[in-house]
Every structure is written in structure tokens, then in C-alpha cells.
Write a protein that binds this ligand. Structure first.
Ligand code: MTE
Ligand code: MO
Length: 378
């Protein structure tokens, strides 16, 4: 008899790659991630900094305060009665997605070693954050919308809740939601029930789950996860000598592209090979072109963009390559509608927190016996 590996919690797919058991941080293997444009809930990646809080929906109140005309405490019924419902298709991507590529350049202790699976796409249903803020009335001095969750986490011996903030204009964007539905189903506890923020095109950290309070302010949130973490530091900055205020506070996502099939190290028959993956553009821009190389980046061909698309969603792509017997380095890079493109090497974007890893994605594969000539410099 073989021991079955324990099924992952929260109803997640048995194939889920668990990066951390407690708190639960996990995502699907890349071929499974690439199977559906809209990621099924049981495959959607999870990034949580603490335990999933248990929330009684009847007792739940959303507090709105700070620079508002009328501080409010709203029940779920109050929201239902006051606000129209909307659905927005949006990809969530963690700022730590693809951290492994940076770790390969230089270790990044104390951060999750994500592959390229810290990303998923869903149809989010709920209320416009702007409609909810209008109930309280935004005061003229307000410039940032601070969001705080119910979950607690510990850093450097202190316990506090997860939080972050959005610039007011982003919070008021009609596609920024307080979601209580995911792919037409009630939002599951692990994804932030009863109510989470969805800030499309921003790093996942700004889509605060288990939303407890909204505070309007002149400055960004002073929560650890806005003020200290999720800042981007230059490559030569190290943790022990860092001036924390010198990092860029992350907001909009950057461009990225990843090969999902075949997997790194695959052995495939020589001849035609379908290569497929995802690409993302930040800030609501479009993926304009995806280039694929079968020779380590010496020559490139344009991949086909799959027909499914939505403003805030990833774009799937595929291409059929004809590979002779031998070793091959497949590479992908993309360019967005504003001509933003990716750096060739992860060393160019290495940072000690391991965020925004978006170098050309490279995988080595073997076709046939592998004894033919390598098409790239090994
Ligand atoms: N309250 C709360 N919200 C949170 C987090 C968290 O730990 N606590 N993690 C954030 C991060 S870093 C990401 S990438 C997304 C992940 O959302 P998901 O778990 O639904 O995929 O949630 C964000 N919202
Ligand atoms: Mo994240």
C-alpha cells in the first residue's frame, strides 16, 4: 500500500503545490494553471500572512472612518440594500510571483519561494468600492484609502492585522470592488469571506481579504504591509543596511510572461511541440505581443494570442515549435501596448525582498535522445 499525500486544505486541488503549510500558501502546477482562462476556485492560488479568520456574517460590520463626512458601520444587509452589484474579471498576481528566479541569483531568506504559480484569474462579484465610499462621503482632504483585514500576523515580535492602501483615484475606479463572490460562487473563507477588496492591475497585496475597516487619510496606510513590506529596493541594497523609506511603494503590476507547458527539464519527442503560457500587462494595458525563442534568445517568433481576453486579465498564448533532436533553451518575453517589455536577466531586477520578478522566462528541455546539437550555448 502506498500512503496518499494528505489532501490540501480549503478544498484545493490535490495537485496543489504547497509552499507553506501554516499559514497556507499554495498554487497549482503550471500546466494546470494554464488549463483554464478563468481559474476554478479550487485551483486559485492562496497567499495569506496569518490564519484564516472565522467570521459570523450576521455579526459582521464594515467600519468606514477617517476623512469622511459620516463614519459608518455597515452590515452585509446594509450593503446589499444600498449598493448595486457588478462583476469584474481580474487576474490577481502576488508581488512575490516567480521569486525562485531571483533566489537562483542570490538567496532571499524569510520569503516564500514562489514559482510562477502565484497568479490566477477570476470573475469577482460584489460592490464598487466607490459606491460604498459615497455612502460615507469622501472629505476633500482624503488622498488614500486605507484597508485593514481581520487576520493577525506576527513580525519582529509584534502582532498586528494585515492592511494596505490604495490611492483615492484607484479606490474610486469603477472596476475596484468589494467582492463577496468568486466565479459566481460565494467567496470562500480562504479567499477573504465575507468581503475582500479586488484592486485589478495592482499587486495582490492591495486586494485586502477579510476586510474589517476602511480609513480615508492624507497619506498611505502606516500598516507594516504598506509602509515596510511590499517596497521595491535597488539590487545593491541589503536587509541589514536598508533605509526602509527609500523603497518604492508597490502598486501597479509590471509586465510578465511565463512558459507553463512543457515544464522545465521535460523530455519531449523531436518534432512539433506546442509551447503555451500566460502573459500579463500592468495598469490595465494590453499584452501586445509574445515572442518565443527555441535557442536561448538568439532568434524569436511571435506566439499566437488566445482569443479569451479581458481588460484586467492575463492573456494566454501558444506556439508550435519544430524541435530537432538535442537540448534546447526555450525563452519567452512579452511587450505591452505601451511598449513596456521584460528584462533579459533576473540579476537586473534582484531585490532583497524578492518582488516583481519578471525577467525573460527560460526553461531547458530535451528533444528526442538529446544527443543532437544544442541550439544554444550550454
Ligand atoms: N487580510 C489579508 N488580505 C490579503 C493577504 C493577507 O495575508 N491578509 N494577502 C495578500 C496578498 S500578498 C495576496 S497576493 C492576495 C492573495 O489573494 P488570494 O489568497 O485570494 O489568492 O491577497 C492579499 N490580501
Ligand atoms: Mo502577494
Amino acid at each position: 500500500m502506498h500512503d496518499q499525500p494528505p489532501a490540501p486544505p480549503f478544498g484545493k486541488d490535490p495537485a496543489t503545490i504547497v509552499r507553506q503549510a501554516d499559514p497556507f500558501n499554495a498554487g497549482p502546477p503550471l500546466p494546470i494553471l494554464r488549463a483554464d482562462f478563468v481559474t476554478p476556485v479550487e485551483r486559485f492560488f492562496v497567499r495569506s500572512h496569518g490564519d484564516v479568520p472565522q467570521v459570523d456574517p450576521a455579526a459582521y460590520r464594515l467600519r468606514i472612518g477617517g476623512l469622511v463626512e459620516r463614519p459608518l458601520e455597515l452590515s452585509l444587509d446594509d450593503l446589499r440594500a444600498a449598493c448595486p452589484r457588478y462583476t469584474v474579471m481580474a487576474t490577481l498576481q502576488c508581488a512575490g510571483n516567480r521569486r525562485q528566479d531571483l533566489i537562483a541569483v542570490e538567496p532571499i531568506p524569510g520569503e516564500l519561494p514562489w514559482g510562477a504559480e502565484a497568479i490566477s484569474n477570476a470573475a469577482w462579484g460584489g460592490y464598487r468600492l466607490g459606491d460604498v465610499l459615497a455612502l460615507a462621503g469622501v472629505a476633500p482632504a482624503a488622498a488614500h484609502v486605507c484597508l485593514s483585514g481581520l487576520d493577525e500576523t506576527e513580525r519582529h515580535g509584534e502582532r498586528f492585522t494585515f492592511g494596505g492602501s490604495l490611492p483615492l483615484a484607484k479606490a474610486l475606479h469603477p472596476d475596484t470592488l468589494l467582492a463577496d463572490e468568486m466565479n459566481g460562487q460565494p467567496l470562500p473563507p480562504v479567499h477573504g469571506a465575507p468581503l475582500r477588496v479586488v484592486a485589478p492591475g495592482y499587486i495582490g497585496a492591495r486586494s485586502v481579504k477579510w476586510l474589517a475597516s476602511i480609513t480615508l487619510a492624507e497619506q498611505p496606510s502606516d500598516n507594516y504591509f504598506q509602509a515596510v513590506a511590499y517596497r521595491l529596493f535597488p539590487a545593491n541594497t541589503q536587509r541589514d543596511s536598508v533605509d526602509w523609506d527609500s523603497g518604492i511603494m508597490l502598486g501597479e503590476l509590471s509586465v510578465n510572461a511565463v512558459i507553463c507547458t512543457p515544464g522545465a527539464g521535460a523530455n519531449v519527442p523531436a518534432g512539433p511541440l506546442e509551447v503555451a503560457g500566460y502573459a500579463t500587462a500592468g495598469g490595465g494595458r494590453a499584452v501586445a505581443r509574445v515572442d518565443v525563442s527555441a535557442d536561448g534568445g538568439a532568434t524569436w517568433r511571435a506566439a499566437q494570442l488566445e482569443p479569451d481576453s479581458a481588460v484586467w486579465s492575463w492573456r494566454f498564448w501558444s506556439i508550435t515549435l519544430d524541435l530537432p533532436d538535442g537540448q534546447h533553451e526555450l525563452v519567452v518575453r512579452m511587450i505591452d501596448s505601451a511598449a513596456n517589455t521584460q528584462p533579459a536577466e533576473p540579476s537586473l531586477v534582484w531585490n532583497f525582498k524578492g518582488y516583481m520578478s519578471n525577467a525573460w522566462h527560460r526553461i531547458a528541455i530535451t528533444a528526442g535522445s538529446g544527443k543532437g546539437a544544442a541550439t544554444w550555448d550550454i
